[in-house]
Design a protein around this ligand. Structure first.
Ligand code: HEC
Length: 134
């Protein structure tokens, strides 16, 4: 009997760990119809709620800042980065869980708390803005 309790307890712990820390706003919560490219560009260039500006580490021209890669052309390649992810999904995960997929040749140095700092609408604005970078 006791071992059954232990097994069940371990399963609960294991499932709990798997479900831990889901993104605050799921991808399906994003409303791209209402998203605004201009607001996304503004957000990209300014720090928000103590989070650093994206532009602190990413240029949108071909130049590499040395920390993050240039996002010039990301609108074209985002959909080919991770198999099974659309461009929108890839950009979403890049913001909320940057360590999940690392750009080859770059370290895991992206600010990790945008999930907590950005509103759902801000994330959608940033995504539609990045899709214009071609
Ligand atoms: C402290 C530096 C830093 C900041 C600030 C930062 N990033 Fe990054 N970002 C990185 C680094 C380093 C990488 C490459 C490693 C990786 O993939 O996480 C990266 C990767 C990315 C990628 C994947 C690019 C590709 O070519 O596939 C996207 C998209 C991205 N960041 C968007 C953003 C956005 C949007 C913001 C602002 C909300 C932001 N980043 C803020 C450092 C940063």
């Amino acid at each position: 009997m006791t071992w059954r309790v232990i097994v069940v307890y371990c399963c609960v712990l294991f499932l709990g760990a798997c479900a831990a820390d889901p993104p605050r706003a799921g991808f399906d919560a994003l409303d791209f119809e209402l998203a605004d490219v201009g607001s996304g560009e503004k957000l990209f260039n300014q720090s928000n709620d103590e989070a650093p500006a994206c532009a602190a580490c990413h240029s949108v021209t071909g130049e590499d800042s040395g920390v993050g890669n240039s996002l010039a052309g990301i609108g074209d390649i985002a959909g080919q980065r991770v198999s099974g992810q659309s461009a929108e999904q890839y950009l979403y995960w890049s913001i909320v869980r940057p360590a999940r997929h690392l750009v080859p040749g770059y370290a895991n140095l992206m600010y990790a708390d945008y999930d907590q700092r950005l509103e759902t609408a801000d994330i959608a604005d940033l995504i539609v803005y990045m899709l214009t970078l071609q």
